[in-house]
Design a protein around this ligand. Structure first.
Ligand code: SF4
Length: 324
């Protein structure tokens, strides 16, 4: 495990969204999008958050940037409690914490040139002269592989991969310390995905960045992450060093997800664990283990008691009654 200091410490994070109904639009329930999530991200480390769509990964990423207000829990950034910051203090902090979006087609304003898109975050966060801004724009565009003569062009004049390079440049031009990358390659052709992942890795080394990397794709997450957390119905089911989790998955859900990765050997294909049943609604989460209605190992205790997180080997945690 990395010996770098902890940059982000998330404890018991909870994000609920109200469900309103009736003539008076009263709150009649809550969507439990993020439930009791705890993890840490060290300096210069990538923590991969993986799980099926709708499991709460993106909401977790946005909550810890406070783009969505948490319902409960602690978010410590470099020891500072982000929940205690005023909107003004938070705005200043944002240059240290940036977001790369999934879709490079909709996240870039089509009426702004690349130069304007890159200058905008600098204007928001710093008071720089035009010459200083020009230097920063040139530096970041070179770092992501955008040629100086392309700076006057508009987003529609670029391919998907190049647009994602522009999005990355926009997120990194303020020299943040922490970046949430939310499915940053899933909208791209497979042939381009590796280029963008390698670019993120190179920039991480150069700029000493920490990433929260969100993806439904286990191969992509394995390629880029030092540690991973597996999410299901708003909770982290298992977390640990990436290789430890891939080599020795402990949670029945992690085992099912990993068994679904296409194998080269057709005999291995037979070992795929097929999950029965539907993912329960986060508006009405089940009692006990959230995975119990789909788990082949379900026991009586699983239907009634939420399993606690246990550390089964150093740095490898699982929430499952099989290990009580
Ligand atoms: Fe399956 Fe029970 Fe473990 Fe949940 S706690 S994953 S239901 S064995």
């Amino acid at each position: 495990m990395s010996e770098h200091a902890v940059l982000l410490d998330i404890q018991n994070l909870q994000t609920y969204f109200p469900i309103t109904g009736g003539v008076f639009q009263k709150t009649v329930g809550h969507v439990h999008a993020v439930e009791n999530v705890s993890f840490q991200i060290r300096e210069q480390e990538t923590f991969g958050l993986v799980g099926e769509s709708g499991c709460g990964k993106s909401t977790t990423g946005r909550t810890l940037l406070r783009l969505i207000e948490p319902t409960a829990g602690e978010i410590l950034f470099d020891g500072q409690d982000l929940r205690a910051l005023s909107q003004d203090e938070l705005r200043q902090k944002r240059r240290d914490m940036q977001l790369i979006f999934q879709n490079p087609y909709s996240s870039l304003n089509p009426r702004m040139s690349v130069r304007q898109l890159l200058e905008e975050p600098l204007q928001t966060h710093f008071s720089l002269s035009q010459k200083e801004m020009d230097e920063q724009v040139l530096w970041i565009s070179q770092a992501v592989g955008i040629a100086p003569e392309q700076l006057s062009r508009y987003p529609h004049q670029f391919s998907g991969g190049q647009r994602q390079r522009i999005s990355i440049a926009r997120a990194l031009i303020t020299k943040p310390r922490f970046v949430v990358a939310d499915e940053p390659v899933s909208a791209l052709d497979v042939s381009i995905q590796a280029q963008i992942l390698n670019l993120l890795l190179t920039l991480q080394k150069e700029l000493k960045l920490s990433y929260l990397f969100i993806s439904h794709d286990l191969n992509v997450v394995r390629h880029i992450s030092n540690r991973i957390g597996v999410m299901y119905l708003g909770r982290i089911m298992e977390q640990g060093d990436t290789e430890a989790v891939y080599r020795n998955p402990l949670h029945p859900y992690t085992k099912a997800l990993l068994s679904a990765i296409p194998k080269l050997d057709p005999l291995e294909e037979k070992s795929r664990i097929r999950l029965e049943g539907d993912v329960p609604s986060p508006a009405d989460p089940p009692k006990g283990c959230p995975f119990h209605n789909r788990c082949a190992n379900c026991m009586e205790v699983c239907r009634n008691v939420v399993p606690e997180e246990r550390e089964l080997e150093p740095g490898h945690f699982v929430s499952c009654h099989l290990y009580d």
